[in-house]
Write a protein that binds this ligand. Structure first.
Ligand code: NAD
Ligand code: ZN
Length: 365
């Protein structure tokens, strides 16, 4: 449960939840009808099961499948989605369902936030990234030509249904990208979980359902706890941005293309955040080595040398970091760590140290 007073909600994690969606969602409905926003990949693989699951409880469904991919998370498809919801006569008391990965969850959540000044929505996340991260916590929004996620709203879902079975059709590269966020939770606040991932990460990637269940549950518990403490990111919620200041610069440098997926950038960013922490004398050099070793073993990107194509120099990357939302008055604010499982918000981090970490990472290319 995400404890947010009047806006509290449950995250259900398990198998067969798509088949049971009708029973799970029906108690929220004032009339037996939902509007589903999804993408073309998810629709092809899973929409029939969702339709059957809903109609088993007499819930009717109307659906719009948007093109798959990050490019969908902008004004044109957003406007199309909102106009479609209105054409489908979705009313104030109705419920919108977001059925897909983080792109659909963010876009549908934002559509629900502004439609008729706010309607309720349910998240049915179908990627690992969406199950462990984006479906929980109420950050919704779309991208602008000025940057990612710059237009949005806090709008909490009324329910989240994370069906582990949906992950079986996820391409391995997308699965591993989501794993980048899973590792992040261990690194930022639970050394025991990171150790568990070191032992069970490979089984998890190979499809072990028990391992997947545990990893999603522990990740969601940590996210729920942090969000309940700091819903609108005045303080501790920033810990969830471990690795993200680096990641956002790399995503901007690679043009948000498939040269680098978000979760892949998070993994590289976590490794560099630990490297920065070690150089500042906050933790021992063993910590970044251990982070890298685990990511390598998982077959993930750990360094800029693993990302194809051209890159700006260290100063160019620093400039991109300065455009990040987390930067205040041009001062570099990073999530750094005293050890694996012990991250904290560091204000005004020494630019020269970060520049050094970046130029060494670039030199290794
Ligand atoms: P995504 O939604 O693009 O999904 C990745 C790919 O997997 C897509 O091609 C999609 O069609 C496909 N897919 C989804 N589920 C599938 C399934 N079960 N089987 C087969 N294919 C499937 O990407 P994502 O990684 O889920 O999310 C990335 C987005 O999430 C970014 O826009 C990022 O900004 C956002 N995000 C938001 C938050 C938040 O708190 N709101 C947190 C982290 C990330
Ligand atoms: Zn992220």
């Amino acid at each position: 449960r995400v404890e947010l007073g009047a806006r509290a909600y449950d995250v259900r994690i398990g198998t067969g939840l798509i088949e049971r969606a009708g029973a799970e969602i029906a108690p929220l409905l004032k009339r037996p009808r939902v509007a589903v926003l999804t993408d073309e990949h998810v629709a092809k693989a899973h929409l029939d099961r969702l339709r059957a699951g809903l109609s088993a409880e007499g819930v009717e469904m109307t659906a719009l499948a948007l093109p798959a991919g990050e490019a969908t998370k902008g004004w044109p498809e957003f406007s199309r989605a909102v106009e479609w919801l209105l054409a489908e006569r979705v009313e104030r008391r109705d419920v919108v369902v977001a059925f897909g990965g983080g792109v659909i969850g963010d876009l549908a959540g934002f559509a629900a936030a502004v439609l008729r000044r706010g309607v309720r929505f349910v998240q049915i996340p179908t990627t690992l990234l969406a199950q462990v991260d984006s479906s929980v916590g109420g950050k919704t929004g779309i991208n602008s030509s000025h940057g990612k996620n710059l237009i949005g709203a806090f709008h909490q879902p009324s329910l989240v249904l994370a069906d582990i079975g949906a992950l079986d059709t996820l391409p391995p590269r997308d699965f591993l990208a989501g794993y980048g966020e899973v590792v992040k939770y261990g690194l930022l606040g639970d050394a025991g979980f990171f150790e568990w991932l070191e032992r069970n990460g490979l089984a998890l990637a190979q499809g072990d359902a028990q391992a997947r269940l545990h990893a999603v549950k522990r990740s969601v518990e940590m996210k729920a706890e942090i969000v309940a403490r700091d819903e609108t990111e005045q303080g501790d919620r920033a810990l969830l941005n471990l690795g993200h200041t680096f990641c956002h610069a790399f995503e901007a440098a690679t043009g948000y293309s498939d040269r680098l997926l978000h979760g892949e950038g998070v993994a590289v960013g976590c490794a560099l955040a630990f490297e920065t922490s070690a150089r500042l004398g906050l933790c021992s050099q063993e910590e970044p080595s251990r982070v890298r070793a685990h990511l390598r073993e998982m077959g993930m990107k750990t360094d800029l040398s693993d990302i194809p194509g051209e890159f700006p120099d260290a100063d160019g990357l620093l400039d991109l970091m300065a455009q990040d939302k987390k930067v205040i008055d041009g001062r570099l604010r990073f999530i750094l760590a005293r050890a694996i499982g012990d991250a904290f918000v560091a204000e005004d981090v020494d630019r020269d140290v970060v520049r050094g970490v970046l130029s060494d990472a670039l030199a290794a290319r």
